[in-house]
Write a protein that binds this ligand. Structure first.
Ligand SMILES: NC(=O)c1ccc[n+]([C@@H]2O[C@H](COP(=O)([O-])OP(=O)(O)OC[C@H]3O[C@@H](n4cnc5c(N)ncnc54)[C@H](OP(=O)(O)O)[C@@H]3O)[C@@H](O)[C@H]2O)c1
Length: 239
């Protein structure tokens, strides 16, 4: 049994992580905004009771991260896996504002706050628990959109792609800084998966398939693989 924290657990990939990891017998700290609002999470709480802890966490708020840490520290004394999954595609009401000619400075700020800054602030805050984990692993859910080496096609996505490229640098930097502590840090691209995120309506993968694949990848992680960027099937991706 591992003690695993998942951010953005209300829907999409985060919710499926929580489901599958609970079914495998792990203890899950599911973090999202207003968790009691989500029937799927409440149903899981009924089924798994003491194995599932629901925590209110807005990753864009430092106060909320601090508060979540205080609550979680009362539940567990070590964290084996941290999955930084919460993410956003757009920062505002307008869906198509991430293209050249339509960019909003404010949206960049919002997207970077959630996709890039929050993961490193969460790691920083939770480090005492992570250091107490057994073979601890930090997984940052990234995207091939953030792969600079793969960028060849047109199509905007400036803020989202850049936020995931920044997240990848954070993965690499953390992997170097935390290597001596034996903490493994990786980025994983979940594949193109049908979720509630924009632009995934025609995606070929289900959340079940993606999470099943990513679980296998996570199961095989060790310090030798720290600082790498994988896809959901375990293939290496270029930064
Ligand atoms: N789906 C894909 O094809 C795909 C591809 C590549 C990468 N990804 C990445 O995979 C991750 C999960 O995406 P998804 O497809 O499952 O998206 P999703 O269905 O839109 O779910 C996003 C999750 O992030 C949470 N979230 C957003 N802002 C938050 C905040 N400020 N504080 C706390 N939670 C917040 C949402 O919670 P609320 O309910 O509170 O909004 C929700 O639980 C993201 O990092 C995304 O970039 C997805």
């Amino acid at each position: 049994m591992k003690r695993i924290l998942v951010t953005g657990s209300s829907r999409g990939l985060g919710l499926e992580f929580v489901k599958q990891l609970l079914e495998k017998g792990n203890q899950i700290i599911a973090c999202n905004r207003n968790p009691l609002k989500y029937p799927d999470l409440l149903e899981l709480k009924n089924k798994f009771e003491d194995k599932l802890v629901l925590i209110d966490l807005d990753v864009s708020s430092k106060d909320s991260i601090d508060n979540a840490f205080t609550l979680i520290s009362k539940e567990i004394d070590g964290l084996d896996i941290l999955i930084n999954n919460a993410g956003i595609r757009f920062g505002g009401e307008e869906k198509y504002c991430d293209e050249l000619g339509k960019l909003y400075k404010e949206d960049f700020g919002k997207i970077f706050t959630v996709n890039s800054v929050a993961p490193v602030l969460i790691v920083e805050k939770f480090l005492p628990l992570i250091k107490n984990g057994r073979d601890p692993v930090i997984v940052n859910i990234s995207s091939t959109s953030g792969s600079i080496g793969r960028r060849s096609r047109k199509g905007g996505g400036y803020s989202y792609s850049a936020s995931k490229a920044a997240l990848n640098m954070i993965t690499k930097a953390l992997s170097v800084d935390l290597h001596e502590e034996g903490i493994t840090v990786v980025s994983i691209h979940p594949g193109w998966v049908k979720t509630t995120m924009e632009y995934t309506e025609n995606a070929p993968l289900t959340t079940y398939e993606s999470i099943k694949g990513m679980r296998k990848v996570i199961d095989t992680l060790s310090i030798e693989k720290t600082g790498k960027f994988f896809d959901w099937e375990g293939n290496d991706l270029p930064w």
